[in-house]
Design a protein around this ligand. Structure first.
Ligand code: PLP
Length: 376
């Protein structure tokens, strides 16, 4: 069918029709009774999704904006911060002290403890929950506990994981959760969130780094009056509100379980056709499945063929993994038939590129794995 497109990257992700309809509604004024109930509901729903009693600040920006806010508000020149990285996004946040692991590694709490001791502590520890470039989902609960023990504030990049895998801001002692609208939150790109604990706000009050648009105190004070400090993307807030409603209606636990099953189905299907996984073969890896391209086949050609022949957009490898892996996304508005579509197309593309893949088994294996409730 000419023109049919499938968006199957780990962000941006497909947007449900209800959300698109809300975005298409006539624009209302952000300082009017038309907008305030939407804003209030959206901010309340965000707290439920982040699982916090404290404020979740909403910015019109991509996820990086909220992350920058967590640097500008929490650190002053000369402060020591520790970034745990094991892939593209962690490396992006690297600051003065950097616990740099191999791409694809799973950060271990013991390594973090050792690094903090060696560095003499750090004011802030920045963690990535889902390293979208490798498919690894870190055990943020355990890592946050180590950082807290060392007296650090904990910031978690949950850009690709919020709404897909469990994250309990308050219960796990995470001071700041940063995320974006365009991944498991099923909304187009353009909104970013940062939850802020009382300790994070206290640190922000003492931080001397200049900031204006991303100043937490300014945004928080305005949000308390349901009066955005700057003109927000009204349509995106309306869309995010509907998307969060859908997520909460499904139930967070049910959504997490669906993502676990989608991840399993994708991995089992890929393995059934004889492919080797790059991302870990574990339930936590429920955001994106990174698959090694077969020997002699450039992953970029697989991605290109899927796009040009079938209208399917999957993701390439990043950095040192370009050409070596391709990534199949499964966050947000995804069901098992989306996994079947991706696997079926990958099988056809690889066969066309001359790879020796087992034909006709991947989709069936994926469907069976998804249906296998006994293993849940
Ligand atoms: N962190 C992670 C884990 C991501 O996956 C992304 C985007 O892919 C980002 C940060 C950057 O977010 P954005 O592109 O919304 O600024």
């Amino acid at each position: 069918m000419a023109g049919k497109r499938y968006l199957m990257t780990p962000g941006p992700t497909p947007v449900p029709p209800e959300v698109l309809a809300a975005i298409a509604a006539p624009v209302v004024h952000h300082r009017s009774p038309d907008f305030r109930p939407i804003y209030e509901e959206c901010l309340g729903r965000l707290k439920q999704v982040v699982r916090t009693e404290h404020d979740v600040l909403l910015f019109t920006a991509s996820g990086t904006g909220a992350f920058e806010s967590a640097v500008a508000n929490l650190t002053s020149p000369g402060d020591r911060a520790l970034v745990v990285s094991a892939g593209s996004f962690g490396e992006r946040w690297a600051e003065l002290v950097h616990l740099k692991l191999e791409w694809g590694a799973t950060p271990e709490p013991a390594e973090l403890r050792e690094k903090l001791e060696e560095a003499g502590g750090a004011k802030v520890v920045y963690l990535v929950q889902s390293e979208t470039s490798t498919g690894v989902v870190a055990d943020v609960q355990a890592l946050a506990a180590v950082a807290k023990e060392a007296g650090s504030l904990v910031v978690v990049d949950a850009v690709s994981s919020l709404g897909a895998v469990p994250l309990e801001a308050d219960a796990w002692g995470v001071d700041v959760v940063v995320s974006g609208s365009q991944k498991a939150l099923m909304t187009p790109p353009g909104l970013a969130v940062a939850s802020v604990s009382p300790a994070a706000l206290e640190a922000a009050a003492g931080s001397t780094t200049p900031r204006f648009y991303f100043d937490w105190a300014r945004t928080r004070a305005a949000q308390h009056k349901l009066d955005a400090p700057f003109t927000p993307s009204v349509p995106l807030v309306a869309g995010l509100n509907v998307a969060l409603g859908l997520l909460l209606e499904e139930g967070l636990e049910a959504a997490f379980e669906r993502h676990v099953r989608l991840g399993r189905a994708c991995r089992e299907g890929a393995k059934a056709m004889g492919l080797e996984l790059f991302s870990p073969d574990e339930d936590r890896s429920a955001v994106v499945t990174a698959v090694r391209s077969p020997e002699g086949i450039d992953a970029k050609d697989v991605v290109r063929l899927l796009r040009d022949r079938f209208g399917i957009t999957i993701a390439n490898g990043q950095g040192p993994l370009i050409g070596k892996i391709f990534r199949l996304g499964h966050i947000g508005w995804f069901d098992v038939f989306d996994i079947a579509t991706q696997l079926g197309a990958v099988e056809l593309a690889l066969a066309e590129l001359g790879a020796e893949v087992e034909r006709g088994v991947a989709v069936t294996r994926a469907l069976e794995t998804f249906a296998d409730a006994a293993r849940v």
